[in-house]
Design a protein around this ligand. Structure first.
Ligand code: ATP
Ligand code: MG
Length: 561
């Protein structure tokens, strides 16, 4: 049984895969070809990841192939930086296009020939109307459009003008080539859409070779046809363009006939996925760059520590449908947590340190205690952590006057220090302003690495670091980039930016094993969350990004009031 046969009855059962199963079963296709077609005018975001996972996932499931094709038809907005970043991001997500890296610009000569073919068949004409006049002629959703006075030009005149457009004889915006379809069509996309415009602009790949460029609508479907794409998967806003794409395919001698299927784009709460908005966030400095860890870009998610497998899992679990919906950002977080819980090594770090002195522990002594690396994965083994007389715990893990349900340290209370001993708080030391600056405690040597021999229980377990061994670190905590789930729903999007989306903590203290942390390999800071080394870190400066917090049971109790 071939892999394509095997896939007929396996895997997700969304409507697109159903179509493909049918096409294979009924012999309409023997090989499935899809493509991911970005415009290189920005970085990829998590919405694109949905499309990437779908296109590459479908191709892999049915033993076909997926091309990476840049629809680079607008040189004014496109840059090599974006071409490079998009390839790096798709590869990082775990997908491989093999030899099938393509560019619509590779087809410019062919597309131009096809435009002449349309002219020759009386299916396209050069129009001299200004953009404003064209708009006025287009009509509205309820009123038909009007023919341009240039619509009746002869084939010879159109060919001559189009060739002179290509030769650079006319300034930008003075003429366009339009398909001759129907100015009264109910679908506005069929009212003689523009196929070529004059743009005296250098292209990242073709340089100054061209001063006429095909529109996206003209290039897209024909590029699919050239590549033998069988299933052209795109988002719902292109549904209305399908009749135009079909018209072009019917009227051109293209080598294959792709079929387009539309699915709902991904919308996520607390962020924006419009490229225009993302460009604005970067260019106006609301974030540090495309890879700011608060950005919904692939580069931002990567820098925050989100593993590619979690993004793939997220894409699979949200599924592919034809109805628009908004996915909770918390669902992405849950996918990340679920994966990292299985894979991330456990480490201890104290973000807001409070000093603890163990009064009955000998000065100048220390000992190495065994600490498991990952309780979910015994193969990850263990490490040792140093214990000594002076420690740091988390400031939040102590309350002088604890309410009910606060099970952590308090005066007179005994808790467990993870992997170490039970300690009891015997004294609280404050500064002149009354702030707690240090705790005095005693420890029970009989509880080393385990329970009390007399069977007494403690309710709290705290993480900690040894003062003599800990290394300093900077930790960056991220919250939603936008304060409201639906940014811009009631006014300017920028007014909804969350002023507290970034919190930088300096003076954090990490166990020494964290000096071995690697960019791109998140670890769990016990009881706090998953963190990953930031590329800003250097051998003598640890900088961590919080990838995602653990769910905090005490914070939940507090919220319930
Ligand atoms: P624009 O066209 O405004 O520049 P875009 O988001 O459509 O932005 P493209 O580079 O054209 O960017 O997108 C490449 C592919 O990714 C397209 O096929 C598009 O349908 C798909 N895509 C874009 N945004 C989403 C999303 N939020 N969810 C799913 N697919 C998306
Ligand atoms: Mg697009």
């Amino acid at each position: 049984m071939s892999s394509a046969d095997a896939a007929l009855d396996d895997g997700p059962r969304d409507f697109i895969r159903e179509v493909i199963r049918d096409d294979l079963r009924e012999g309409r296709h023997t090989e499935i070809v899809t493509r991911f077609p970005p415009e290189p005018n920005g970085y990829l975001h998590i919405g694109h990841a949905k499309s990437i996972c779908l296109n590459f996932g479908v191709a892999a499931a049915f033993g076909g192939r997926c091309n990476l094709r840049f629809d680079d038809t607008n040189p004014v907005k496109e840059e090599q930086e974006f071409i490079d970043a998009i390839q790096a991001d798709v590869r990082w997500l775990g997908f491989d296009w093999g030899d099938h890296l393509h560019f619509a610009s590779d087809y410019f000569e062919q597309l131009y020939d096809w435009a002449e073919h349309l002219i020759q068949n009386g299916k396209a004409y050069v129009d001299d109307l200004s953009p404003d006049e064209m708009r006025a002629h287009r009509g509205t959703l309820t009123a038909p459009g009007r023919d341009s006075p240039y619509r009746t030009r002869t084939v010879e005149e159109n060919l001559d003008l189009f060739r002179r457009m290509r030769a650079g004889e006319f300034p930008d915006g003075t003429r366009v080539l339009r398909a001759k379809i129907d100015m009264a069509a109910g679908n506005i996309n069929l009212r003689d859409p523009v196929l070529y415009r004059i743009l005296h602009a250098a292209h990242p790949r073709t340089g100054d070779a061209w001063c006429v460029y095909p529109t996206y609508d003209f290039a897209h479907g024909q590029s699919d046809a050239i590549e033998g794409v069988t299933h052209s998967l795109c988002t719902l806003e292109f549904e209305d363009h399908r009749p135009l794409y079909d018209w072009l395919i019917e009227n051109l001698p293209v080598p294959s006939r792709p079929r387009q299927y539309e699915f709902a784009r991904l919308n996520l709460t607390h962020t924006v996925l419009s490229k225009r908005r993302l460009i604005q966030l970067v260019s106006e400095g609301h974030v540090s760059g495309w890879d700011d860890p608060r950005m919904p870009t692939i580069a931002g998610l990567r820098r925050r520590g989100v593993p590619p497998a979690a993004i793939r899992d997220f894409a699979e679990r949200i599924g592919v449908t034809k109805s628009d919906s908004v996915v909770e950002m918390g669902f992405l977080d849950a996918c990340v947590r679920e994966l990292l819980n299985k894979t991330a090594l456990r480490r201890m770090a104290v973000l807001r340190p409070l000093k603890v002195v163990i009064e009955n522990y000998p000065e100048d002594q220390s000992e190495a205690l065994d600490a498991v690396n990952n309780p979910e994965n015994p193969a990850a083994g263990s490490r040792t952590v140093a214990f000594g007389r002076e420690l740091y715990i988390e400031r939040d893990d102590f309350m002088e006057d604890p309410p009910k349900k606060f099970f952590r340290l308090a005066p007179g209370r005994e808790v467990r220090l993870r992997y170490a001993f039970f300690i009891t708080c015997t004294e609280v030391i404050k500064d002149a302003a009354g702030a707690v600056v240090e705790l005095r405690c005693t420890y029970d040597p009989a509880t080393r690495g385990g329970d009390a021999p007399d069977g007494r229980k403690v309710k709290g377990t705290l993480h900690w670091v040894s003062a003599a061994h800990a290394v300093p670190a900077e930790v960056r905590l991220y919250d939603h980039l936008f304060a409201r789930p639906d940014p811009g729903a009631e006014g300017d999007v920028l007014d909804d930016l969350n002023p507290d989306s970034l919190q930088v903590l300096t003076g954090c203290l990490a166990e020494p094993a964290l000096t071995e942390a690697q960019v791109g390999t998140p670890v769990q800071f016990e009881r706090q969350g998953y963190f990953t080394l930031d590329p800003d870190a250097s051998p003598d400066r640890l900088v961590f990004n919080r990838t995602v917090a653990l769910r905090d049971t005490w914070a939940k109790v507090q919220r319930k009031g």
